[in-house]
Design a protein around this ligand. Structure first.
Ligand code: ATP
Ligand code: MG
Length: 145
């Protein structure tokens, strides 16, 4: 997770949206924490499960870490007023995006995490041109198998 987080931290640019998919305990928050630490954030990275969003300003980036698990209805996303957080200047990492429904801005990258016998498997999919560029930079970086 630390290695993948570091790779992601290197390629994320303002305006990007990353969905973190996977079951409860799959490692979504752990990965977000790794990204933040790789960007240089030294404080505690809490799960946004109760607050819905945790806000960070680090390495000249506004980074918003969301967790929509507690939404019962996608309309709650609209009412929460988070739309403005998804803008050209910010990076949004989103746990449980499916709970926010179709109104959520689309992801540039989707990362699916799966619990394995030992550790985790991550499957990264690019959904936009920007996402594809990031993915090819990760792939050519060589750090992650
Ligand atoms: N690569 C890994 N190997 C072993 N354990 C891990 C790994 N990644 C995360 N974990 C552990 O799995 C547990 C759950 O991780 P985490 O809170 O990141 O999951 P989550 O996907 O955010 O879950 P939730 O949907 O509840 O928010 C933590 O105890 C974490 O330390
Ligand atoms: Mg989590």
């Amino acid at each position: 997770m630390a290695a993948l987080g570091a790779e992601l931290a290197e390629v994320l640019t303002p305006g990007m949206v990353v969905f973190l998919n996977g079951d409860l305990g799959a490692g979504k928050t752990t990965l977000a924490r790794a990204v933040l630490h790789a960007l240089g954030y030294q404080g505690k990275v809490k799960s946004p499960t109760y607050t819905l969003v945790e806000i960070y300003v680090v390495s000249n980036l506004y980074l918003y870490h969301f967790d929509f698990y507690r939404f019962n209805d996608p309309q709650e996303w609209d009412e929460a007023g988070f739309r403005e957080y998804f803008n050209d200047a910010s990076v949004c990492l989103v746990e449980w995006p499916e709970k926010a429904g179709d109104l959520l801005p689309p992801a540039d990258l989707e990362i699916a995490l799966r619990v394995m016998d030992s550790g985790r498997q991550a499957e990264i999919s690019a959904r936009t041109g920007k996402g594809r560029e990031c993915l090819s930079r990760i792939a050519s970086g060589g750090g992650i198998a």
